[in-house]
Design a protein around this ligand. Structure first.
Ligand code: 5GP
Length: 115
């Protein structure tokens, strides 16, 4: 069996995190090293390694996660000002944790294109 990722350990409460939302399919918690006033990570409980490993059978799950993101943006006061959703995939994108996650960043302005 593959070793548990850091994020699977957070799901199983083996590592503490500032959890802001949970349901049967996903978990959201504050990033330990926030890059903006609001920086939340939203992850599926299913251990999908990255966006590249999303299967057609995961479509409903991924859609659900985006509904949760919209709700979190509203609850954290960034829905109107704007926010960025990022999923780093693979080495060129600097993915460090091999468990699908969506960064929800807001509360300041962002540049485009990203670095
Ligand atoms: P990635 O670089 O893979 O896109 O994002 C991983 C994110 O996980 C980083 O933003 C990093 O700060 C965050 N992170 C790493 N370790 C922990 C931890 O133990 N707890 C929390 N809450 N976030 C973490």
């Amino acid at each position: 069996m593959a070793e548990k990722t850091l994020f699977s350990k957070i799901i199983d409460r083996e590592i503490p995190a500032d959890i802001v939302y949970e349901d049967d399919q996903c978990l959201a918690f504050r990033d330990i090293s926030p890059q903006a006033p609001v920086h939340i990570l939203v992850i599926p409980k299913k251990p999908i390694p990255s966006t590249s490993a999303i299967l057609p059978e995961d479509a409903e799950l991924v859609g659900h996660i985006f509904c949760v993101i919209a709700r979190l943006a509203e609850d954290n006061g960034i829905a109107k000002s704007g926010y960025r959703v990022v999923s780093n995939c693979g080495p060129d994108a600097c993915q460090t944790v091999p468990h699908l996650h969506f960064h929800v960043l807001g509360g300041r302005g962002f540049a485009w294109p990203p670095g």
